[in-house]
Design a protein around this ligand. Structure first.
Ligand code: NDP
Length: 337
């Protein structure tokens, strides 16, 4: 089964392998497959589920809510997010204004079929709304009982520090940061992780498998396997393209002996690797088939010895991104509508 970790300095425990439905539910996969993936996650001991209002323009929340119907609410941790434009994408259907936060949470709860989410996350930093307004709105969402805790996603170290300080002042807890993190994308290590440790925030990391690339199934110079994300014209092919160079795919193949030595698949090695970082509370994995979930959960509880960690670094030499400034890369400079 899957081990649990505390989320930030809170008393909330989450499954260290968490299931997320970006690009899949309401988009790449049909609803029956989505439900089968959620069922496989529950069967494997995953109790924590992550979505966002923007995924498939709100449909992903609905699909997840339907798939979880009938489950005991207290035995689940359900996370969603607010920031990106949704619905008709009008001027107030986006960002972290008081208006958008207080309205968005209601839509998310309805679609998810629940009275509260365990974690409500700012999906990006909103440069156009005062942080005080945003944090006050989150404080009110918590006081209304609509979210138990608050988190952020892809915020810089300074933004996390400022947000945590305001949350404390307003009497609620900022407990998590949701950044991209994998063997190939380590930009949080130098700044975001130390700042988060200082203020009691932990990481829930997305794309731990670099969207499937670290599973080793994409081979340099060869066509991507049928049905894989790299062939998904609804968005997947574009988002995975960063990791699809021959240089990266060749380096990734060097990880096979390390996985073999540990008796793991390459996908399991990728998930286990992010969990070696003690500021990481969960690896947030996606799946297009239930068998992938069953395979990936076996990364829980694995320890990778130091000499193999070193071997991983050597295998990937030259293709790892470490620049902390990359956190700002996905950060809109102005609010989108
Ligand atoms: P992963 O890196 O885990 O990639 C998952 C994809 O890899 C699957 O959909 C599948 O794609 C492939 N895969 C999974 N397991 C295997 C396996 N065992 N063997 C081969 N291929 C496999 O994570 P995601 O990129 O899906 O992100 C996970 C979650 O993170 C999201 O659902 C979302 O909740 C969150 N997220 C958050 C963001 C944010 O801004 N906060 C941004 C992006 C994601 P396929 O079969 O189609 O090839």
């Amino acid at each position: 089964m899957v081990n649990y970790r505390y989320l930030g300095n809170s008393g909330l425990k989450i499954s260290e392998i968490t299931y997320g439905n970006w690009l899949t539910h309401g988009s790449q996969v049909e609803n029956d497959v989505a439900t089968a993936c959620v069922r496989a996650a529950l069967d494997a001991g995953i109790t924590t589920f992550d979505t966002a209002d923007v995924y498939a323009n709100t449909v992903a929340e609905q699909v997840l809510g339907d798939a979880l119907k009938g489950e005991r609410r207290e035995s689940l941790e359900i996370f969603t997010k607010v920031y990106w434009p949704t619905g008709p994408k009008g001027p107030n259907d986006t960002g972290l204004s008081r208006k958008h936060i207080l309205e968005s949470i209601n839509g998310s709860l309805t679609r998810l079929g629940t009275d509260y989410v365990d974690l409500y996350q700012a999906h990006r930093y909103d440069v156009e709304t005062p942080l005080e307004e945003t944090m006050q709105a989150f404080a009110d969402v918590v006081r209304q009982g609509k979210a138990l805790y608050i988190g952020v996603s892809e915020w810089t170290a300074d933004q996390i520090r400022a947000g945590a300080a305001l949350a404390k002042e307003l009497g609620f807890q900022l407990i998590s940061s949701q950044p991209q993190y994998s063997m190939l994308w380590r930009v949080i290590e130098d700044e975001v992780v130390p700042a988060s440790k200082e203020v009691g925030v932990s990481q829930i990391v997305w794309s731990p498998m670099a969207q499937g690339v670290l599973s080793g199934k994409y081979l340099p110079g060869q066509a991507a396997p049928a049905g894989s994300r790299a062939t998904d014209q609804k968005g997947g092919a574009q988002t995975i393209s960063r990791f699809m160079s021959d240089e990266t795919l060749t380096a990734v193949q060097n990880l096979k002996p390390v996985a073999d030595e540990l008796g793991l698949s390459m996908a399991q090695l990728a998930v286990a690797w992010v969990l070696q970082n003690d500021n990481v509370a969960a690896a947030l994995v996606g799946a297009s088939r239930p068998e992938q979930v069953a395979e990936n959960v076996k990364a829980s509880g694995v320890t990778i010895p130091d000499e193999l960690l070193k071997q991983i670094d050597e295998a990937l030499d030259g293709v790892v991104e470490r620049d902390p400034a990359k956190t700002l890369e996905g950060m809109p400079k102005k609010r989108l509508a």
